[in-house]
Each structure stands twice: as C-alpha cells, then as structure tokens.
Design a protein around this ligand. Structure first.
Ligand code: G6P
Length: 636
C-alpha cells in the first residue's frame, strides 16, 4: 500500500526520497511523486504513473533540488492510477502525501465545494490538503495546529506528511491506523511508512502513535498528542541490516526469501525449546500456566497467507493443545458481531503486523475481554503493540509481496504454541512433546534438502505455465497448504487456481477436470495418505495432469506413476476403458523428506512456492510486485 518518505536536513533530498521510495516498492504501488522545497521557498512537485524508473526519468527532465521534501508511492483506492491522482497533492500553501482512506471524503468534498473549493483530482486525499489549507488561512498559528484541526474532521485511516510554503525547514506528520515511523540524526529528520526506507541513514527509529502529530525540523522532532501536549518517546534500535534487505544475488526477492527459509525457521525456533527438549518456553507470549489452563477456545484471526497459516494452526491446536480452535479472516470477524470473552485466547497472525482488518478485529476481541497474542514478524508493529503478548517470528525482512518465509515461520511459531499449550494443559506428554520438537528441529535441514533437489520443479512448471486453471488438493493439515499453494499460484502467475479439501472435490470441482487441467495433489505419508491417494485416482481417471507431492520412496505412488508412464508410452487400445484405469498421461512426482506428520506442512509448501515462482517466471510476470497487490494492507 502507499509508501511515504519525508526528509528535512542539509543534504540534497531528492536522492534520499527516491532511494527511500525504492525500498518501499514492496508495499505495492501504481504511481509515485515527490515535492521538494526549492531555494526560493516555493514547493515543486513531480509525479508519474507506473514504476519508479518513470519518476526518475521525469526527475531527469525536471530536476528538483532542495533540502526538504516528501515522496510517495500510491496504490490507487479512490480514482484511477494517473498523474493527476498521484501524490503529492497541493492546496493553497499546503502540499501533502497520504497513506490510508478518508472514509467521509464524499461529505467533506461536498462541503468544501459548496465553499467554492475546486478539486483537481478524484482522490480522497485532496480533501485533506484543502482542509489543512483552510485551517492555515483560518488563522492557525502554525502548520502543526492546522494539521491537528483538519484531522479532527476526518474519519478513516491516515499517515500524512505535510509541507507549507509558509514555513521553511519544517514537515508535519500525523497518523491514525496507518504506520509511520520517525528518525532523527544530527541536523536531519526523517519520516517513513516503514523502516527499510530510512534504514541506510539512521540506527534508531521512533514510532508515532495514533492521534499524534509530529514536527520534523533540522534541530529535532517534536511529538504532540491530539491536544497539542508534548509527548516524550524513546527510540528503538533497528536490528535488520541493509545486507539482509538486498537481493543477495538472487533474481528476485521471492526466490531469495524462499531460500532463506532454513535460516528463518532456525531463528523462529531458537531459544524456544526447553533444555530437556520436551517443552516450549514462550515467556513473551504472556501465557502463564494458569492463564493457559483457563483458555476455553483459541480463535485465530488473520488475512491472506497468514490465514492459511492460521488454518494449519487450528489442526495443531486441537490435536496437540487439546483446545477448541477456530479461524476467522479479519475482514469478516470485525463486522460479524462475533462473541468473544475472557475465556478466549485470540491469536492474531500477520507478517507485517499492520494489516488493518486483523488489527481492528483483535481490538474488538480485546475490548470484549479476550486475551490477545500476536504472531508477527515486524517488531513493534501496530498488531504487536495492540496485543497482550507477542511471538515474533524473527524471519527477517520479507520484501516480495507474496509471503514465503514469513508463512513457514508462522507455521513454526504456531506449532511451538500448540505444543506449549498442550504441555501446559497436560494434553500432550513430555515424551510426545519431545518427539514433535525433535521433528521440528530437523525441519530447517530438510527444507535445505528440498531446495537443493528442486531443479525438477522448473520442468514441471514448463509443462503447465500455459494452463488456464489449476486445482490443488489436500486433506488434514495439507488442506491449508493446498489453499496457500493456490493463493501463491494465482497471486504471482495470474493462473486461476483453487485449493480444495480433497474430500470435497467430488462435490463440485471434479466437474472441471479434463485433460487440460493440472491437479496438484498433496499426499505426504500421514493418516490421510490413502484417502488422498483415492481422490488422486479419481481425478486421474478423468484425465487430469497430476503433480503429486509425496514423501520420498512412497512405494504405492511410485508404482502408480510407473503404471501411468507405461500406459502413456503404449496407448495401444488394449488397456481397459478410461473409467477403470488411470488415464494415459504423466504424473509428476515431487518428493519431500520423510518426517513426522506434524511438521509436514512446513515441508510440502516449499516445492509449491517454487512451483508458483517458476510459473510466474515463465509467464513473464512481475514476481516481486504482482499487479494490484500490496505487501502491507493498511486499508480495509
Ligand atoms: C497482503 C500480502 C499477503 C499477506 C496478506 C496479509 O495481501 O500480499 O502476502 O499474506 O496481506 O498480511 P499480513 O501482513 O497480515 O500477514
């Protein structure tokens, strides 16, 4: 979603702003722009549609020199992604950029138009520019007061960075429900939507809270609350290094992040298994033995890939934790009049920690008395701060829009949590806990093995990248992996894909199956294996092209694939009719290492990430920044 960078200092701000916007590209955007204060005190704006290279070209044609400025990448919500709607927006002496949605913009626009204001764009943001300009003209003593007055009129979410031709060397920022971080160095101040934007310049950041307004000047940053009272805020040290947020020799961030999974998983697990190996230690979760015993229900709340992780967590929480568990997507539960109470543990899962729907839903649950535990990747993010306890996944920065390493790190955290709850409540024995945790400790190495042997996946992708549609089937904990696979395939390759519980396939989707349809079957060795194999036979009998993910040396599957290959080699008509035998064609087999059933989702998903990646690559898609998608969804 939209990205903001602001700078006040002594350096030429254009490269700082453009560099910052580049490091926010992962958020997703379709236009961009810069406003820079020039020598004569005026503010010049350059905007462009499309990627940042187009903005750079526009800046080469029309250079902006100055020492304070604001930059923006826009992900269109109100109004098409064209130059007129791109930020910054100007009104009178005011120029601003905005991330979020002004929900009452229609009423405010009508009110301003009735007063004679002429709007230049279709955006909700321009309303804010006019409201602030009006407050300036109405006698506000300074820009920060004008901003504070204007935002009292606004409903919705915003992070703002505002400049005025009347006040040199000053940028005012404000936020509500959209992220904004601040930083100060000797003689310069920064603001941005996320840490990577300003990481090369500062070792520490300050987090602006909802309702606060901050003034950025060379001399420092002043934070005030809604009443204008001064707020003292301690800075946080930034631990992610720049090296970690580069591509490190990989063609795409997504591929790099897929390959970072072994290390990310080690970081998620590290220090969380007791010295005797049978228990999980999670002091930061805020769950004491007493509170864990009081839980009557665990409700997972998440969006996107995180909700697929949540579905897997539900299986583990019921099986190992011995507690009733449910999964809700943030956008639904927040408006469902859902019933929460003190006996509920709500687990909010989010890689960014900023997803608006997840945040709103957890706040509703917390207000109703539920205890909220966050599983997030980004330290001190809004969801982390709004929860009673936090399990950080420690996967490092994830830049590609499609989540990979954060997803598997979430799975590892969820398995740890389920074992912890099971051990604390007595539903899981020490010996069984130790066996599961031993299996989890082996996962990073097994993921390395999968990645090292994954060359065949590209060949499989080559056979199917022109398919119009794809089905992905799985049972038990492989079902959420099927959903995640289908999500990954559609979000980055734009091939239509549906994940299904294999047992549901007969209730509809099988009608779609013919010789053109690739069907991915997740069939590792677990208690669902034989039933999934039967479902695979059913789609094979209807001619589907099968890609099966199975445990290494699965004798039954190997035999089945061999029969099929033989039939494909000699379709001489002497075989029984199609209804009673596998249809000629080929079965592609992807093997994963043998592992305990509890950890299988952490393994089966890895080749599926690679399959999606290769399908997207062969389709020539923008793998890291797929069309219309954003990494951090800060609007509902
Ligand atoms: C966006 C991203 C997805 C992510 C989802 C939820 O749609 O593109 O990759 O799964 O948001 O985000 P969260 O940060 O809450 O996990």
């Amino acid at each position: 979603m939209c990205g903001i960078v602001a700078y006040v200092g002594d350096r030429d701000c254009t490269p700082i702003l453009v560099g910052g916007l580049k490091r926010l590209e992962y958020r997703g955007y379709d236009s961009s722009g810069l406003a820079v204060r020039t020598q004569d005190g005026g503010i010049e704006v350059v905007r462009s549609v499309g990627k940042l290279q187009r903005l750079e070209a526009a800046l080469a044609a029309h250079p902006l020199f100055g020492t304070d400025g604001i930059g923006h990448t826009r992900w269109a919500t109100h109004g098409r992604p064209n130059e007129t709607n791109a930020h910054p927006h100007a009104a009178g002496s005011v120029v601003l950029v905005h991330n979020g949605i002004v929900e009452n913009h229609v009423a405010l626009r009508a009110e301003l138009e009735a007063e004679g204001v002429r709007f230049a764009s279709e955006t909700d943001t321009e309303v804010l520019a006019h409201l602030i300009a009006k407050a300036v003209d109405g006698g506000a003593p300074n820009l920060e007061t004008a901003v504070r007055r204007a935002i009292t009129r606004v409903q919705g979410s915003y992070a703002l960075a505002v400049m005025s031709t009347k006040e040199r060397g000053k940028i005012v920022v404000a936020k509500n429900d959209s992220p904004l971080i601040l930083a100060h160095n000797e003689g310069e101040a920064f603001a941005a939507s996320d840490i990577p934007a300003i990481l090369p310049h500062v070792p520490e950041v300050l987090i602006l809270e909802d309702g606060e307004v901050a003034t950025l000047e060379r001399a420092g940053i002043t934070i005030t609350d809604a009443n204008g009272e001064r707020v003292v805020r301690q800075p946080h040290r930034v631990s992610w290094s720049l090296v970690e947020s580069g591509k490190g020799g990989f063609k795409h961030y997504m591929l790099k992040e897929i390959h970072e999974q072994p290390r990310a998983l080690e970081h998620t697990i590290r220090g969380r298994i007791s010295s005797d190996g049978g228990d999980v230690v999670l002091p930061e979760s805020g769950l004491t033995p007493e509170t864990a015993k009081e839980i009557r229900r665990v409700c997972f709340i998440a969006c996107g890939s995180s909700s697929n992780a949540a579905l897997t967590g539900r299986y583990w929480m019921e099986q190992l934790g011995g507690v009733r568990a449910s999964v809700e997507v943030g956008s639904e539960v927040r408006y469902r009049d859902a019933i929460f109470g003190p006996e509920d543990l709500v687990v909010a899962i989010s890689q960014s920690g900023e997803t608006a729907d997840t945040l709103a839903a957890l706040r509703t649950a917390r207000e109703a008395g539920a205890r909220v535990l966050a599983i997030v990747n980004v330290r001190d993010s809004a969801i982390a701060r709004a929860s009673d306890g936090v399990l950080y996944t420690h996967a490092g920065p994830e830049v590609a829009v499609a989540s990979t390493k954060c997803f598997t790190a979430q799975l590892a955290a969820l398995l740890l949590l389920a074992v912890h709850v099971g051990r604390t409540r007595g539903s899981l024995s020490h010996a069984e806990g130790r066996r599961i945790l031993e299996a989890l400790k082996r996962v990073p190495g097994q993921v390395r093995t999968i990645l090292a042997n994954a060359r065949g996946v590209r060949g499989i992708a080559k056979k199917h990248h022109q398919s119009k549609s794809m089905l992905v089937l799985g049972r038990g904990p492989s079902y959420p992996v099927a959903l995640e696979t289908a999500l990954k395939v559609k979000e980055i390759s734009y091939i239509h894909a549906e994940g299904y519980a294999a047992g549901e396939m007969k209730h509809g989707p099988i009608a779609l199956v013919d010789e053109t349809m690739p069907v991915v079957v997740l069939c590792p060795q677990d208690r669902h294996h034989d039933k999934t194999l039967s479902n695979m036979q059913e789609v094979m009998a209807r001619g589907a092209k099968i890609i099966v993910v199975c445990t290494k040396d699965d004798a039954e599957l190997t035999a089945m694939a061999a029969v099929r290959a033989r039939l494909a080699a000699s379709p001489d008509g002497s075989e029984p009719p199609p209804s009673s035998r596998p249809h000629p064609g080929n079965v592609d087999v992807i093997e994963i290492p043998d592992a305990r059933s509890e950890v299988l989702p952490l393994l089966t998903v890895v080749p599926m990430q690679l399959l999606s990646y290769n399908l997207a690559l062969l389709q020539g898609r923008d793998v890291d920044q797929p069309r219309n998608l954003a990494k951090t969804v800060t609007v509902e």
